[in-house]
Each structure stands twice: as C-alpha cells, then as structure tokens.
Design a protein around this ligand. Sequence first.
Ligand SMILES: [Zn+2]
Length: 479
Amino acid sequence: MNSSTRALALAVAALLWGSAALAAEPFDLVIANGRVMDPESGLDAVRHVGVRAGKIEALSETPLAGRETIDAAGLIVAPGFINLHWHGTDPDSDYYEAMDGVTSTFELEIGVADVDRWYDERAGRMPINYGVSIGHAPVRMAVMGDPGSFVPAGDAARRPASAAEIAEIQRRVEHGLKRGAVGVGFGLAYTPAASRWEILEMFRLAARYQATGFVHIRGASSAGSADREQGLLEVIAHSAVSGAPVHVAHINSSAQEAVGRMLGIIEEAQRRGVDVTTEAYPYTAGMTRIESFLFDSWTDKPDEEYRKLQWVATGERLTRETFLQYRGQGGYVLIHANTEERVRAAVAHPLTMIASDGFDVHPPSHPRAAGTYSRVLGRYVREQGALGLMQALRKMTLMPAQRLEARVASMRDKGRVRVGADADLVVFDPERIVDHATYEQPAQFSEGMRYVLVNGQFVVREGQVVQGATPGRPVRAPL
Ligand SMILES: [Zn+2]
C-alpha cells in the first residue's frame, strides 16, 4: 500500500469502528487538546492528533491513547513551515529555522552546480527536511571559470556565453534535473550578461522536467534599479513561451517602491494563465555580496547613499571610502533601502508566500535567517492585524508545498494537517510568538514555538532545541 491508500484505509477503519479501534493500538505520539489549523481543509477546531511512524494517522474529536502525549491546550497546531528560499550550509543554522517553525527548507533561488554532492553532504546530518535546485548561476560560474563565492564576481556576471558555453551550461543543468533537483535557480540580477536566449533555453529545459524556475529577477535588488518591472516582465515572457512555471524571489526587495505595481502584474499574468508566484520576507533591509554586480553602479554615489549600507561583520555603516575598501575585500553587506509600509504590503498580499532568504547564522548574517516566520506571526498578524492567522499559515505551508508538487509529488504530504500527511508539525503560542534576531545580533532564537516535529521526531521540545536531533530527510524529485 502506498501512503495515500494506507491513509484511506485508516480513515475507513476509523469510520467503521470508531476511534476506539484506533486507540487500541497506542500512537507513537498524541498532541492533545490543541487548536488545529489546516489551510487546505479550513479546519480550525480543537482536535487530538495521533502520530505514528512519522505520519499523521488520526485527527480526532475524542481523546487518543499515545505512548507519549503532549498537552497543546491553548496552543495552535499547524503544518510545519516550508521555506522556499534559504542559502544556509551549516546544520546548526537549521535549529534557528526550527525554532522559527520551519520543518523543510530549500536552496532554490541560486541553487548549486552539483546536486548529488549537495544531497550527499547533508545525508543524516540535518535537523529539518532539505532540497535544492540546479542553479543556472553556479553552473555558469563553473563553465566560465568565475572566481566568485556564492554569486558571480567575474566572467559569469559580465561576459556573454559562447554557443559552446551555452550548450555546456544546458548539459549541466539537465544533468542536475536528472539527478532530482527540485527546480532550476536563476540569479539573473547577478548574471546580467546572460542573453535572453540563454535564459529561455534554460526555461525550456525546466519545462521538460516540470520544474519551476526560481528567480532573482534581472535589474532589481535592494541596491537599486532604473526599471524594476522589466525583470519581472522578462521572466513572465520566459514562462509563457516555454511553459515552465516561474517563482519570483523576495518581491519586497526586488520591487521596493514598485511593490503594488509588480504584485498587480503577477495577478494579471496569473489571470491570463501564466503560472507565476512570488514570496516576501518581513524586513526593510536586504543583504547581498558587496563585490557582486549589484554594486557596479555604486562607485560614484552621493555620500548619504553609502550610509544605507551596513557591513555585516562589524555592524558599521559605510562611507564612500569603506565601501570601496570592502568591495575590494568581498563579503556580505546589509542594504537599508525599503520602508515598513511596503514590506507590510508585500507580506499581507494574498499572492505572496513567506520565505526567509536566510544564510548561516554563524558568522552573523541577516536576522531573517532566524526570525522571519515568528516576525510575520507576531508583528504582522498579532500586533498589527495586517493579515489573519489562517492566511499567514497558508503562506507558510500550503502555498509553498503546492509550488513544488508538480515536480515533487511527495510535497502533497507536506504543508497540511491531514490524515496520511507527514508529521511535520508546529505547536506554538500565538500570544507569545516573537522574533528576537536583530541586524546587530542576528543569531537569536525566535520564541513561542513549544514543539516542532519533523517526520514525527522532536526538533523543538518545551520551547528548546533538541540538540543533536537530525530527523530531516531529503526532498528530491524522482530520479
Ligand atoms: Zn536574491
């Protein structure tokens, strides 16, 4: 029996014999008395959740017997959060994600050049589930011999590829898809010399494998843009021509003052049948590499512009002199460019998913790595009422799961509290959930998650990280 027939059989059994029959064999774990919220079914009621062998096997109005029972009275029980935008490499950073409610995390926007290696390095070591895309930018860097770290710094950013190089990039991207990459990553803002034709060829490949293109759109970032909509219109065209779905990274920072217009464009394109989606993170600052192409136009700015930049390693604000010095050296820089009002609009809009764009928390990076989800639930849902709790949960669970389902069928069992779904669950206090990470001290755990389960195993228990817990499993397209 596969998992859905098993779930069906269990559901039928429960109907025929009542919950007493199921209760006869105790569950591995029962989450009792919690307010279960499931964005797919709309369920919002007190239920008892029975977990067995890493799966949700019962959702009951009457008490269940478990080998272990936790009391979730007064707490929300929801699907674990699914983060479609993550760049961390250190398993320790995943504990910060888990304390923020994330149970599956994906490196999709940039991706990697070697999919097998990425999965092999993580096997058996990860606290939460993990997946990766084959990345156009890292493949382009490998093919063109670019010396950059994470994003291009040389030829891969600034030189058009020859026909032979494009063919080699295609070959390697296709190999990544054959090795189970979850999508195709595009750092188009970091590879401005890549031609429209080169990118369209990659979208054609993605379409053949039912893979979504995850894109940092061209010409748009916190570092500035003359024409923000052009990069969005470009990828909508690629999607319409090729048939590959497209997901636009961090609309908050890519759109800035154009956030209303760009969300409107996405809405219109969806109405015309284009499969385009987007995401946002709840912070006014962006972060990227100072040596990347995004700052090529920054050598001659008015002095006050450099004050928007904050050097991550020291927390200092930059001047023209320190900007040039650090650009020569290379490293991460925060860009304080957006406004609270625009960020709220991006987070609350019904089209956006929540995704963190987080990096490793050590050495220090951006607070979004540790605080994204709790910040949405605490600041925007509870304090400001900018969006409802169920809607926020939908943006964190069901919407990202659905984004991956066409290529990765196993995602149909994530992002839901449903019999037969994976027991990736969060149990949290909606009155207390709060982010503590700041720009100056980004490595701070969020607070309010009481329990976080990944494949039925605790990663957070009684509000504390379960050190050494590694129940995370690979999420990978069928090979
Ligand atoms: Zn980006």
